[in-house]
Ligand binder design. Sequence first.
Ligand code: CUA
Length: 227
Amino acid sequence: MSTWANLGLQDSASPLMEQLIFFHDHALLILVMITVLVGYLMFMLFFNSYVNRFLLHGQLIEMIWTILPAIILFFIAFPSLRLLYLLDEINEPSVTLKSIGHQWYWSYEYSDFNDIEFDSYMIPTNQLSNDGFRLLDVDNRIVLPMNSQIRILVTAADVIHSWTVPALGVKVDGTPGRLNQTNFFINRPGLFYGQCSEICGANHSFMPIVIESVPVNYFIKWISSNM
Ligand code: CUA
């Protein structure tokens, strides 16, 4: 989860988020190089001695400073497209979780296992335990197995919501009348926090997501105790 003064991305807990962070760093590096170059050129304008004040055209330099930026943009566009298609890949999921957005809570269905379903509400600050995270903890957590491909189906019952868990690199809109799909792979145990990220009404900020990532045998135990 994000903690105090964390201005960057959260640590990744899935291969897709790892790729997203790599792409972010790659794009940022190109951005910094462009900013430094343009900054240097603009700064040097202060010391311009106007030696070329009669210059009216220069075909070659025009060609260079048109084509060069276009080539640089390809170095962002191709990795970006690669990642876009990688995020959409479905790799034979072993568990499917359906999450439905409501104003203002999430409800979940494990349709693989004899219809386990429950609502997940934020715990209000006045009921929070001392080790709880304010505005982030819920009464019923999602339990999912680590090291497994997980499919998530997202929809909504009233308005558009967005099921977003930064550490896993997942952000899918839940739209009434539609069923969106994505998948992820959690590569360590722990708690992963998320929030709705589609402005969905007065209590938009208060419908967090908590995933409890556990080893597969713990997950089977949890499933069988709930069936
Ligand atoms: Cu649901 Cu914002």
